[in-house]
Design a protein around this ligand. Structure first.
Ligand code: SAH
Length: 327
């Protein structure tokens, strides 16, 4: 049957604003994705615009799409997550990593730093281990991923076990204190070029549910009244919320980072709400950060950003730059 558009195609804003090196800037190539991961075929149908697509409100379909994207673009096999765990939107997760690569490059005369010598700490690696997987596949970086949730950590370990090349470059560590980020997981004398984090952003489970309801409505499912919104990108408990929401989480991270100022060259965290920024800036000032940046990111309509800060003074930064440039 020839594909017949039934509605005028909306303007393509979906992938607008992604980083120039992001591999997901164009529309998904479903034939290629189905070839990479045949189980995806069961979820692909022609949408109202006459294109191959999936039902983005169906968690199983979103998971199958992710699995296919991870095979096709990053060579990750057998990726899976437990039911109800966060199914990360791949284009946005990749974007943070590309911007982080730029942050490092900007600090070393514009050179993109690649390879296993570049050490990255991922706070809250999650069951999906998404940042280490993409970051190692694209830039060859080494990662330490920390996590408070043992089940999530076990799942991340299972993904790595299915991917030996990744397993060599990615180490997982359990954080036993939910209010700690560095102490308890960093070894004496250990340091990182970068620290990244995608914090739980809601302040309560009720907030998280309200957020999911909005997303559900945006996906055009509002008419399904009386039906509980499914968190199509999933997420449970600690992935979605923490006491005080993302602002309190990041402020605690900033305060603790000041107690180990040379542990990371650049400390960073995603900030999903603009309203969290003033409190974060106050915390950075109180902590005595030498430099801080806010880097805006966009994925279609969705605006996001990360904050980056360092405690290294000019001479420490220059010593690091010389080491990383090998001169
Ligand atoms: N990085 C994944 C998961 C982010 S959800 C992704 O982007 O999809 C946030 C994660 O942080 C959750 O898995 C939660 O268990 C974990 N977390 C919460 N507090 C933490 C802490 N103090 N140290 C390490 N991980 C923590």
């Amino acid at each position: 049957m020839p594909k017949k558009p039934t509605s005028p195609r909306p303007p393509v804003t979906e992938k607008a604003g992604l980083h120039p090196r992001n591999a997901h800037r164009s529309r998904y190539d479903f034939p290629a994705l189905m070839a990479a991961s045949p189980e995806l075929a069961g979820f692909v149908a022609i949408n109202a615009y006459g294109d191959d697509s999936i039902d983005f409100s169906n968690p199983a379909a979103v998971k199958a799409l992710n699995r296919a994207l991870l095979v096709q673009f990053y060579g990750v096999q057998g990726w899976d997550i437990p039911a109800d765990y966060l199914c990360p939107p791949i284009p946005g997760r990749a974007d943070y990593l590309h911007h982080l690569a730029d942050l490092l490059a900007d600090s070393v005369d514009g050179k993109l730093l690649r390879g296993p010598d570049i050490r990255v700490l991922d706070i809250g690696v999650g069951a999906n281990a998404i940042y280490p997987l993409i970051g190692h596949a694209v830039y060859g970086w080494s990662f330490v991923g920390t996590e408070v949730d043992q089940l999530a950590l076990d799942n991340a370990a299972a993904i790595l076990a299915a991917n030996p090349a990744f397993e060599q470059a990615i180490e997982l560590r359990l954080q036993t204190e939910a209010t700690q980020f560095f102490h308890g997981v960093i070894q004496p004398g250990e340091w990182f070029d970068l620290c990244l984090c995608n914090p739980p952003f809601h302040a309560s489970l009720a907030d998280a549910t309200a957020g999911s309801q909005r997303k559900w409505q945006n996906l055009g499912k509002a008419e399904a009244a009386g039906k509980q919104p499914v968190l199509n990108f999933g997420g449970h408990g600690g992935e979605l919320w923490c006491d005080g929401g993302e602002e309190a989480f990041i402020c605690r991270m900033i305060a603790e980072s000041a107690t180990l100022p040379t542990t990371c060259v650049w400390f960073t965290s995603l900030v999903s709400k603009v309203a969290s920024l003033p409190g974060i800036y106050r915390a950075l000032e109180q902590a005595g950060a030498v430099v801080s940046h806010t880097v805006d990111m966009a994925q279609g309509q969705k605006q996001s950003r990360f904050v980056a800060w360092t405690f290294l003074d000019k001479s420490e930064q220059s010593a690091w730059r010389k080491m990383r440039l090998g001169r």
